[in-house]
Design a binder for this molecule. Structure first.
Ligand SMILES: C[S@@+](CC[C@H](N)C(=O)[O-])C[C@H]1O[C@@H](n2cnc3c(N)ncnc32)[C@H](O)[C@@H]1O
Length: 419
């Protein structure tokens, strides 16, 4: 087990820990530490056994829209939960009596965000992001206009940008004193540091629930969790758990003192992690690539209609592990390459379609071979970028690493489908 290359975090973190402990956070056997390439994280301060509860944040210490300080701001009903939290943090930010200054003091800086988050990258770099993370302007414009392009992760950055825009406009209308820069910063703090919280501490019809419980969507369930937000992400980390008393993390395995302890933020691809959190993992069991940009242009409008009716339109993926192509891709490629009755038999489940697999694979391999050539051209372009004010070394390295991963997944796909 590799020991984490951690550094002493410094005084403001000691102050924050004291503040957190006096505000309902129990910390057992772990401590924050500074890392070279990922800001702060959590390390085991002693040996930890599997099943040990290493942190608990009391429900009353969470910052949700049920929080008194947010309720008193009386936002118009349509204001998103993300916007409310960001506006609250922005209004607290410069106050002399800021309620959570020690927490705020340990957040990453605006400059760190500018370096790692593609939202802040130059247009030149955004245009070179992989399709799943695209920041291409024409896609952003389309995304703002049509709701059906918002699903899936294909337009992740486009969705993020239009949500930020929407939230900024709604807050600017009622709190014009909050600058765009500060709003963007705290909005990204919310984006990178929230946990899923269904208000298990509130009864079903409580007036402080954002909606009736049965109508809650993921966008209503944001909770900021001071201290828990020190944990970095791994695809195999501990799984944070919520109940009426609050949020806790239990060790998923044994840890030696000094080892980094991760939590899992969810089953996210590297393109999603890059856009939403500003990093990619070297090893990610949840990684995959979308194939929509290769497949959608091959469909006639009649085929689009059929796929929409059958629930198989969009979200086609290629995975580095088995199954290499997802069921949706199997379906759409059958529609593209076989008589319609063979497609119907497959999507209705009357035929698993093994007899047609060779033809399906052949079609996908041809798409991937073409994509592989495009990837090589893009990688040449990325390699040729000059680092400087518009392209930092960190941004350049991240982008190139991601394209190498994309290339490897496509190569694996071609090999597996050919064998
Ligand atoms: C919830 S915070 C975790 C604490 C954060 N590292 C800090 O300095 O405060 C999420 C952010 O941590 C960083 N992060 C999390 N997991 C990471 C990882 N495995 N590798 C690199 N950066 C990571 C990203 O910048 C992400 O936006």
């Amino acid at each position: 087990m590799a020991m984490a290359a951690a550094m002493d975090p410094g005084e403001q973190h000691t102050r924050f820990i004291e503040w957190a402990q006096s505000n309902g956070v129990e910390i057992n056997g772990i401590a924050p530490a500074q890392f070279k390439d990922r800001g702060m994280g959590i390390v085991a301060a002693t040996d930890i056994k599997q099943g040990d509860r290493i942190v608990h944040v009391r429900n009353t210490s969470l910052i949700t829209v049920a929080h008194q300080g947010i309720q008193t701001l009386k936002f118009p009903t349509k204001t998103s939960i993300h916007a409310r939290l960001a506006a609250y943090l922005a209004l607290q930010y410069a106050k002399d009596d800021c309620q959570h200054r020690p927490w705020q003091d340990v957040w990453p800086s605006q400059d760190e965000f500018k370096d790692i988050l593609p939202l802040h990258w130059s247009k030149q770099l955004q245009d070179l992001l992989p399709h799943a993370a695209t920041g291409n302007e024409s896609l952003i414009a389309r995304c703002a206009l049509t709701s059906d392009t918002r699903d899936g992760n294909l337009l992740t950055q486009c969705t993020q940008r239009s949500n930020l825009e929407r939230d900024h406009l709604s807050i600017h209308a009622i709190r014009p004193s909050i600058s765009r820069d500060l709003f963007t910063y705290v909005w990204l703090i919310v984006n990178t540091r929230t946990f899923y919280w269904e208000y298990p501490d509130l009864p079903n019809a409580h007036p402080r629930l954002p909606k009736k419980r049965l109508q809650l969507t993921a966008d209503d369930c944001y909770a900021m969790c001071p201290f828990m937000d020190y944990f970095n992400h791994s695809d195999k980390g501990c799984d944070p758990k919520a109940d009426a008393k609050g949020y806790s993390v239990t060790a998923d395995r044994t840890y030696k003192a000094g080892e980094e302890v991760y939590v899992s933020y969810g089953s996210h691809t590297n393109d999603f992690l890059l856009v939403e959190y500003g990093f990619i993992l070297d090893t990610n069991g949840c990684d995959s690539l979308p194939l929509d940009h290769l497949i959608l242009s091959q469909l006639s409008s009649e085929q689009v209609q059929v796929l929409k009716e059958d629930g198989f339109y969009k979200s086609y993926t290629l995975s580095p592990t088995s199954p290499t192509i997802c069921h949706r891709t199997q379906a759409v490629v059958r529609l593209l390459t076989l008589p319609s009755r063979r497609y119907t038999a497959f999507v209705s489940g009357t035929d698993e379609g093994a007899g047609d697999q060779g033809k399906v694979n052949e079609y996908v391999i041809a798409l991937l071979v073409k994509y592989e050539r495009q990837i090589m051209e893009i990688m040449d372009e990325v390699e040729g970028l000059r680092t400087g004010a518009d392209v930092t070394t960190g941004q350049h390295n991240t982008l190139l690493r991601r394209w190498k991963q994309v290339q490897a997944i496509v190569k694996t796909g071609i090999n597996v489908l050919s064998s």
